[in-house]
Write a protein that binds this ligand. Structure first.
Ligand code: KG4
Ligand code: ZN
Length: 356
């Protein structure tokens, strides 16, 4: 089953052709990072206009790279329906409708978060899709941590498309915290990669930053990152005050602050994920979403789950951030489980779509 997938929920215009939910035939991502850099974040109006310009060439490229001469050679068109920015989602959904209608193909709406989860099922030479376990029946319960710019959630996956939420952030998403702290430290945009780069030259032990909700029995699997962000803000203010007129102290300490912040985030994510995996008696653990590209998080998680003897899956870097291949994978497994949203041309965007 060959699916053309389209993803435009935020600031990446992406299209991919995926076969049987695992095989990447093409995966094209046109990023708008340079365009949004001057705003220090995603500017929604600009994003949707840019999607309008990029969607047609991106889809054509995805079809050409996959060797698909005509959309009629496909079996379905899948598109991200939400969550995301309404104006951005609309561009992808309308393009998908046009393609599906003219080629007489079924149109499948996909939840962006489910896409991130299924990024772990794609065969890339490095991920879950490559292991024998992927095809086996005994992979559930699978514990999932979604860490992106808008979401930080721990879910217990009891079967394909079946999710039980165990916990999540009470305030900021982890990616949001990376972006805000990068702005505070004037490290640039996007914040995650900027923090990671600065942290590579910093001392993670220099500043003791808070690990929230660590001993809170009512929030064993929940996170809070707003206090951490405030702690970094207070730290920069204190350093600036001590510095007096010179004003170099924050810049001079930026690498150490970035490293200490990154360690604090990785610590709580891994600690709570490990607790949840044990509580759910998980057969395996998957981490996904933009922040899963972070090497400190990847290393800390690998070390912890090796210790626990629980297999851990994290997608290769190019599938951690937004892409359409993951949407094609999720659409396939959804259709296999008979959960395809058959709304056809009535399919609408749902900016606040959740997983349950
Ligand atoms: O999944 P994603 O591409 O988009 C959403 O669905 O939100 O995630 C984007 C988020 C941003 O907050 C970005 O700063 C963060 O992922 N991110 C990272 C890294 N790469 C991207 N955070 C930490 N370290 C990274 N290397
Ligand atoms: Zn995403």
């Amino acid at each position: 089953m060959k699916i053309l997938a389209i993803e435009t929920s935020c600031d990446e215009t992406a299209a991919a052709v995926v076969e049987d939910g695992r095989q990447l035939l093409s995966n094209v991502v046109a990023t708008q990072i340079e365009i949004h850099r001057r705003f220090g974040g995603v500017f929604p109006e600009v994003a949707s206009r840019q999607h309008v310009l990029a969607i047609d060439p991106v889809v054509r490229q995805a079809l050409a790279q996959a060797g698909v001469a005509s959309p009629r050679a496909l079996d379905a068109v899948a598109v991200t329906q939400g969550p995301g920015l309404a104006g951005s989602l609309l561009v992808g959904v309308n393009a998908a409708k046009g393609l599906a209608f003219t080629a007489g193909l079924p149109l499948l709406g996909v939840n962006h978060l489910e896409g991130h989860i299924y990024s772990n099922w794609l065969r890339t030479g490095a991920g879950f899709g490559d292991s024998a376990r992927a095809a086996a029946e005994d992979i559930f319960p699978t514990l999932v941590l979604i860490v992106s710019g808008g979401h930080t959630e721990i879910l217990c996956m009891t079967g394909h498309g079946r999710y039980e939420r165990m916990g999540g952030t009470l305030d900021d998403a982890a990616g949001e915290a990376f972006d805000k702290v990068a702005r505070l430290l004037e490290l640039g945009y996007p914040g995650g990669p900027a923090i990671e780069q600065a942290a590579a030259q910093g001392d993670a032990q220099r500043f003791a930053l808070p690990r929230a909700l660590r001993h809170d029995a009512a929030h064993r699997f929940d996170f809070s990152f707003s206090g951490l962000k405030t702690a970094v803000l207070n730290l920069t203010r204190r350093l600036a005050a001590e510095d007096g007129a010179a004003g170099h102290a924050v810049a001079a300490a930026a690498n150490d602050i970035a490293a200490s912040f990154q360690a604090a985030v990785a610590d709580v994510l891994v600690e709570k994920l490990a607790l949840a995996a044990q509580a759910a008696d998980a057969r395996q653990v998957c981490i996904c979403g933009g922040v899963s590209a972070n090497s400190a998080l990847r290393l800390a998680a690998q070390a912890r789950f090796d210790e626990l003897g629980i297999p851990l899956m994290i997608p290769p870097l190019f599938l951690c951030t937004d892409n359409a291949a993951m949407i094609g994978a999720a659409a396939y497994f959804g259709a296999q489980a008979g959960r395809a949203r058959g709304d056809g041309l009535a399919l609408d965007v749902i900016p606040s779509l959740s997983l349950e």
